[in-house]
Write a protein that binds this ligand. Structure first.
Ligand code: PMP
Length: 360
């Protein structure tokens, strides 16, 4: 019951069916007779599993052959450094960044160690409540790349549009919305996302990169920090996180077989978010969302009570009904309900009913 009511921002709830399969695999993988936690990463079984995980991602996201899929470690935070190391260092070009919230603010702070950085849009003055129109930005076509975050996990802001630009490389941190909806991969040169929102447990970070872009990296780097090392070694240069990749594969199986693909997942996710926003708006005498209406995230619903002193009583009331993970990020406070793929519509209905009950 409580797993189905885990609204944590990350690591987030996994689909209940996947959790059941995982439980059994910790005891033993039927065809191997041993626990997943003791499977050798150089075994034929694991090599095949990696291939299946990649094939699943390719199928779900329609990833073209001209892109590589890498399974890395170090979380999305390491990508903040690896990206400028590989694509900015030594180029004499500028890295362009959109700063739209907590996480996108972190990326340029790492890029600055490798070269010049230009923040082309910042939402800081508006306390990160809005986003820019991606297709109205004034982009420098000679820059190394544009970096942005497609869903700001802390503030609950999501870009609901694709970027239309083929003149400069586009790099996107999709940590909190990859696999939550369908996307057109061909619009991007590098996408990265850690697993612990919609893909699986923490440990593995997926990088989807256009090969031409990957090969354009000129820096000489320590092996582990060089994308080319991981491409060449099929993501088994060193010991990968076997368990996380195994669960990621199961999550993709579930998305393909039980949900029927990302178009269906997107509809479910939109319905969940619409329901919760409707309830919050209904009780607008008590609540306000952080994000302006047009940029509200379908993944992280961030809101606060007008009377901040009542928040802990409200959260306690929900906690007594088995709901967890609803506290806002430590930098912002308030309330945050994360509606990742593993959260079913029924759980959101129950949450909305409990909110209504609280004000009855
Ligand atoms: N980017 C986004 C959008 C995130 O939500 C987070 C963490 N929640 C990160 C980056 C950092 O990820 P990690 O903890 O895997 O380094």
């Amino acid at each position: 019951m409580n797993n189905s009511r885990n609204f944590s921002a990350g690591p987030g709830a996994l689909p209940l069916k996947v959790l059941d399969e995982v439980k059994q695999s910790i005891e033993k993988i039927p065809e191997l007779g041993i626990s997943i936690l003791g499977v050798n990463h150089r075994s034929d079984w694991f090599e095949k599993l990696m291939q299946q995980a990649e094939e699943n991602l390719r199928l779900l996201l329609s990833i073209p052959e001209s892109y590589s899929v890498l399974f890395l470690q170090g979380g999305s935070s390491l990508q903040f450094s690896m990206i400028p190391m590989n694509f900015l260092r030594g180029t004499n070009k500028v890295a362009q960044h959109i700063v739209s919230g907590y996480w996108s603010s972190k990326a340029p702070k790492e890029a600055i160690h490798e070269g010049r950085v230009n923040i082309i849009w910042s939402g800081e003055e508006n306390h990160f409540t809005t986003l820019p129109d991606l297709n109205q930005l004034c982009l420098d076509t000679k820059s190394a790349y544009l970096h942005y975050v497609s869903n700001e996990t802390v503030e609950g802001l999501e870009f609901h549009q694709n970027i239309e630009n083929s003149e400069i490389p586009i790099i996107v941190d999709m940590s909190s919305n990859l696999l939550s909806r369908s996307i057109d991969i061909s619009k991007y040169d590098l996408i990265y996302a850690h697993a612990q929102k919609n893909l699986g447990p923490a440990g593995v970070t997926v990088v989807i990169v256009r090969d031409v872009f990957l090969n354009s990296s000129v820096s000489t780097l320590p092996s582990m920090l060089d994308y080319k090392t991981h491409k060449k070694a099929n993501s088994i240069y060193n010991t990968p996180c076997v368990f996380s990749i195994y669960v990621l594969k199961l999550v993709c199986d579930w998305l393909i077989k039980d949900i029927g693909g990302l178009l269906n997942m997107e509809i479910i996710n939109k319905n969940k978010a619409a329901l919760l926003y409707k309830t919050i708006d209904h009780f607008s005498d008590h609540f306000a969302t952080h994000a302006n209406q047009s940029y509200r995230s379908n993944m992280n619903v961030v809101f606060k009570m007008h009377d901040l002193q009542k928040e802990s009583t409200f959260l306690n009331f929900l906690s007594q009904r088995g709901f967890s993970g609803l506290e806002g990020h430590r930098s912002l406070g308030g309330i945050r309900a994360s509606l990742y793929n593993g959260i079913e519509l029924k759980a959101v209905e129950d949450l909305c009913d409990s909110i209504s009950e609280y004000f009855r």
